[in-house]
Design a protein around this ligand. Structure first.
Ligand SMILES: *Cc1c(COP(=O)(O)O)cnc(C)c1O
Length: 422
């Protein structure tokens, strides 16, 4: 056995999160478990998810409409069931979070309330290369106000070697647009580069200019410990099918800071955002529920919420994000070190080297351009190692601390070496 293999197996044996791997359904490649590094795109299925979905189906079959409100898991109680674990996961007060809709919808709802251009304050600041859906949402909201994205949408350009953005560049952009700045909409972790950002610092800079600070945490939730309340952020949105493992199309998350929860902010309203007590009086006037729940629109998608309950229970059982992050830094650091030792010249690591400036994911630029990159990606997939491909020459590898092993990381490195040798 090589020294590296002994080392990887030792790390796995000492990993306190090791038992969690057995709680997931890992797809097979031929007759072996796939090495799955795509938890940043679609997390694996927790074994508990099926039972939670069946429970909802059984309640529907057995009680029909009466099942809406009976028992702790009565359908309409589903959002309340996830509120506390969700608040723990993102470092918020329970009243500041709600599970609803999907990410893009929640982003629109938040923009409707928090992007209120007035008195020359029209600019929205986003990062260069933002996720297309976020960009579409912002552009369309700017147009809804009769403004022109060519002037109201400003992208902060990457200024660091791998295509990442320094805090200094962001700070300059915020200062430059100061009195014209309405909103800074920033990722917790940038999906393409894997770079992580300091939410509290960005919020401080935005607020100092009188602008709103909102965050897209699609790649940060379940990946980094978050302290949303303390960060002072005005709002945040995220999805639950990436690192949170709640399944394809999972119900998403939304955070509205406590200070806005009773402020009567204008919003797009629906009956489920109405104060719960008198909701069924079916009166014509809208009285928003306090907190993030006041932004709910429709009846909760109870079936879709079931896997989220299972996955949040798992995060609680794992002891929350502190332990997960400790392993995550270690396993991503292991991958980083092996690439630098053994694959320099083949793979370039894009995110910053400091652990505080990245999450689980390493975005890796393949030397030789698109064709070589595709070749390597296909080779890995054929051997049972799945990452994901980002044009034109990037493979993203995201070891997920709940189910990836150090031995998986070593296997990836060995297979890239093997491919390079042939
Ligand atoms: C994954 C992701 C999305 C996807 O949004 P949906 O509404 O869930 O389709 C949007 N933005 C970012 C930054 C993402 O990473």
């Amino acid at each position: 056995m090589t020294q590296a293999r002994t080392h990887a197996l030792t790390l796995d044996a000492a990993d306190p999160l090791r038992p969690f791997r057995n709680e997931f359904l890992v797809p097979k490649h031929r007759d072996r478990e796939q090495v799955y590094f795509v938890g940043n795109s679609l997390g694996l299925q927790p074994r508990g998810a099926r039972a939670h979905v069946l429970e909802v189906l059984d309640k529907w079959a057995g009680e029909a409409v009466e099942g809406h409100f009976t028992g702790a898991t009565g359908g309409m109680n589903s959002p309340a069931l996830v509120r506390e674990p969700l608040a723990r996961l993102v470092g918020a007060l329970p009243g500041e979070v709600v599970a609803m809709n999907t990410l893009t919808v929640n982003l629109h709802l938040m923009l409707a309330s928090f992007y209120r251009p007035a008195a020359g304050r029209t600019v929205v600041l986003i990062e260069e290369g933002a996720f297309p859906s976020d960009r579409h949402a912002v552009e369309s909201q700017i147009r809804l106000h009769g403004l022109d994205p060519a002037t109201a949408l400003v992208e902060v350009q990457a200024d660091e070697p791998g295509g990442t953005i320094s805090m200094a560049a962001l700070e300059r952009a915020i200062a430059e647009h100061g009195p014209r700045l309405a909103l800074v909409l920033w990722p917790g972790v940038q999906y393409r580069t894997g770079q992580a950002f300091d939410l509290a610092e960005i919020t401080r800079l935005a607020h100092a200019q009188g602008a709103v600070a909102g965050f897209d945490l699609a790649h940060a939730v379940g990946n980094l410990p978050l302290a949303l309340h303390d960060s002072g952020a005005d709002f945040a949105v995220w999805c639950h099918y990436k690192y949170v493992n709640a399944g394809p199309g999972a119900v998403a998350g939304c955070f509205v800071h406590e200070r806005h929860g009773r402020s009567g902010l204008p919003r797009m309203a629906g009956w489920w955002g109405h104060d719960a007590a008198p909701r069924f009086r079916m009166a014509p006037e809208f009285v928003p529920a306090a907190g993030a729940e006041g932004w709910q629109l429709p009846t909760p998608p109870v079936l879709a919420l079931a896997p989220l309950r299972a996955s949040l229970e798992q995060f609680d059982r794992a002891g929350g994000m502190a332990g997960l992050r400790a392993k995550s830094e270690k396993i991503t650091g292991f991958l980083d070190a092996l690439i630098r030792q053994r694959l320099a010249g083949t793979l370039e690591i894009i995110p910053p080297a400091e652990p505080a400036r990245r999450g689980a994911q390493l975005s890796l630029r393949v030397a030789g351009g698109r064709e070589r990159g595709r070749e390597l990606f296909d080779y890995l997939r054929d051997t049972g190692i799945l990452g994901d491909w980002r044009e034109p020459d990037v493979i993203r590898i995201a070891p997920a601390p709940l189910y990836n092993r150090y031995a998986d990381v070593l296997r990836f490195v060995e297979e890239v070496e093997h491919w390079r040798g042939v």
